[in-house]
Design a protein around this ligand. Structure first.
Ligand code: SIN
Ligand code: FE2
Length: 222
């Protein structure tokens, strides 16, 4: 994180809400999904998705088993195997379509995107990542989507973690940002292809999710 813009911080109307610029075109909406009933509704919706398309540890093209467990909802789901990274309309585990994107999740993602100026965000994929203590996600770009004009919207639930957010150059050292239950990040525009990752999850206990962090990323693939 460099420059004056990285520290811009603004309180939003509403208890515990804040808005912080992590990098140009990358905004952390603190507490955006932390409404009393909203958090519970989101967790229930995610649990329903996981019940019909179970979490699984994908294998990278290089043969490495990811520490993060993943599933998807929406028309398309992100998958990885020895053949590569891609979006698929069918869950390879069941051969069935991914579960539909629950309305409360879609509505939250659309509202968060609009909050930072991305009107008309219509995600067709939502990747569900589940981290247990020690799980991490190495620095990467989200670039398997065809529509790079649409932002990525990320919703964090459960245990807090350090989110790494850099630039479009892998060699630039990323900034470190705590993401807690109900925090939302939106990145697009100049930040759409920024490298990002997740530091190893520290052990802890979250009142609703226990020893887990769940992250949802909403994407427009096509
Ligand atoms: C991702 O980059 O796909 C997920 C990021 C996160 O878990 O916060
Ligand atoms: Fe990502």
């Amino acid at each position: 994180m460099t420059g004056a813009t990285a520290d811009l911080f603004e309180a939003l109307p509403g208890p515990g809400l804040s808005q912080r610029l992590m990098a140009p075109d990358a905004v952390l909406l603190g507490g955006f999904a932390r409404g009393k009933d909203e958090g519970e509704a989101l967790v229930c919706a995610v649990e329903a998705v996981i019940a019909s398309a179970p979490l699984r540890h994908l294998v990278t093209p290089g043969g490495y088993t990811m520490s993060v467990a993943m599933t998807n909802c929406g028309a398309l789901g992100w998958v990885s195997d020895r053949a590569g990274y891609r979006y698929e309309a069918l869950d390879p585990l069941s051969g069935r379509p991914w579960p539909a994107m629950p309305a409360c999740l879609l509505e939250l993602a659309v509202r968060a995107a609009a909050q930072v100026g991305f009107a008309h965000f219509r995600p067709d994929a939502c990747l569900v990542n589940c981290y247990e203590p020690g799980a991490r996600l190495s620095l990467h770009q989200d670039k398997d989507e065809l529509d790079l004009s649409a932002p990525i919207v990320s919703v964090s639930l459960g245990l807090p973690v350090v989110f790494l957010f850099g630039t479009t150059l892998r060699s630039d050292r990323p900034g470190r940002h705590w993401l807690a239950h109900g925090d939302v990040v939106v990145w697009g525009g100049a930040a759409r292809l920024a490298y990002h990752g997740v530091a190893p999850l520290a052990d802890g206990h979250h009142a609703r999710l226990g020893r887990r962090r769940i992250n949802l990323t909403f994407r427009t693939v096509r």
